[in-house]
Design a binder for this molecule. Structure first.
Ligand SMILES: NC(=O)c1ccc[n+]([C@@H]2O[C@H](COP(=O)([O-])OP(=O)(O)OC[C@H]3O[C@@H](n4cnc5c(N)ncnc54)[C@H](O)[C@@H]3O)[C@@H](O)[C@H]2O)c1
Length: 351
């Protein structure tokens, strides 16, 4: 029987790029003939992405992916999807992801992210699926003032917003499932995902958009001013510093994580946590200057911005130490120069 994989959140930004990579590189990772099951409630994702993924799979002579338009909060429908898919592993991207929205609606975030994930893990247990790759976030570290930079996975966790709290609760639920029924998992703590597929098929598309790079590119294209939140942080130019990681490097980590899950099994059930970033921090003003260089030819003008007060829940500096992913998974971020991130994101925005 060819393997089957179930991907939650496949109609979203990172999920769609990972499924694209899975389709294009299935043979290289021992997934010939893989049957993909794409599960998404389309609350923030895009049907168009699912359609493109189905067409892409067929053009790579893979079976047409099965679409499950199901919410993680609908337990019976979720259990039915798992029963039908009988996946060898689940890649779990689905979540609500806006920090600002989570501050306004914390209960909705708990219901969707935490309770939804618990439903998923129960459905996996029932269907006999014991392998999981999970999308976590640097937000679990909160504001690690005084911590050693870049941050290793051993940095004490302490989220500073409800979104980060839900992701940490999901990590804890995974650790519990490992103890209780032997779930094997890889937990990836992404730093700032950015950029777009080099194929031009997929890119960052959140509504409303809250991430710096698409907001910056859209403001620049319209000749509007970008809002910069806070210029009095304890950083080299006063603006927040982040570690930007290209979405295609994240996709590659997922393929390696899936492969490694099989090897980890001989070591007993446990959650293996990996930071995914570049160890390079870039401030908001540095991103703006790098964008000006990329956009100069097309726009012939600079990028305007206004300084606004800090936003609640923003950390000053988040930069990853990803040595563990490099050593254990053999992962190497090769697409994440700021120039490549901005160029691919700009090509996507222009489409
Ligand atoms: N974008 C980033 O910079 C970033 C950084 C760190 C971690 N992450 C994590 O990566 C994952 C994917 O993020 P993204 O940027 O692709 O977000 P996204 O909003 O583009 O995608 C999330 C997808 O999940 C789906 N979804 C949400 N709730 C669901 C539910 N209850 N049932 C079924 N589907 C549901 C949405 O419809 C959407 O397609 C999230 O778990 C997020 O926490 C993202």
């Amino acid at each position: 029987m060819p393997p089957s994989l179930l991907i939650t959140g496949a109609a979203g930004y990172i999920g769609s790029h990972c499924v694209e990579a899975l389709i294009r590189q299935a043979s290289a990772y021992g997934l010939q003939g893989v049957q993909l099951h794409l599960l998404d409630d389309l609350s923030t994702g895009h049907r168009e992405f699912l359609e493109k993924l189905c067409a892409l799979a067929e053009s790579h002579r893979l079976p047409r992916p099965v679409i499950h338009e199901v919410s993680l909060t609908d337990r019976p429908a979720l259990e039915q999807a798992l029963k039908q898919a009988r996946p060898e592993a689940v890649l779990h991207f689905a979540a609500l992801i806006s920090v600002a929205e989570s501050v306004q609606q914390p209960d909705r975030y708990v219901r969707n992210n935490v309770e939804g994930s618990q439903n998923l893990f129960r459905a996996m247990q029932k269907s006999g699926c014991q392998r999981l790759v999970f999308s976590s976030t640097a937000a679990v570290y909160g504001n690690p003032a005084g911590a050693h930079l870049p941050l290793p996975e051993s940095t004490p966790v302490g989220p500073v917003n409800p979104y980060g709290e839900t992701k940490l609760a999901m990590e804890n639920a995974i650790a519990e499932a490992a103890r209780e029924w032997g779930l094997h998992s890889v937990i990836f703590r992404y730093f700032n995902a950015a950029g777009a597929s080099s194929s031009g098929l997929f890119g960052e598309w959140h509504e409303p958009e809250t991430h710096l790079i698409p907001l910056l590119l859209r403001a620049a294209a319209r000749g509007e001013k970008l809002k910069v939140f806070g210029s009095d942080y304890d950083t080299r130019d006063g603006t927040c510093v982040r570690d930007y990681i290209h979405v295609e490097d994240l996709a590659c980590a997922h393929l390696l994580g899936l492969k490694a899950l099989r090897a980890f099994e001989s070591q007993g059930a446990a959650a293996q946590v990996f930071n995914l970033g570049t160890a390079r921090g870039t401030s908001v003003l540095e991103v703006i200057r790098a964008a000006e260089a990329v956009l100069k030819k097309d726009l012939g003008r600079g990028v305007g911005y206004d300084i606004h007060p800090r936003r609640p829940g923003d950390s000053a500096v988040l930069v990853a130490d990803s040595a563990r992913a490099r050593e254990i998974l053999g992962w190497e971020p090769v697409h994440s120069s700021m120039e490549n991130i901005l160029r691919t994101a700009w090509e996507w925005e222009r489409r």
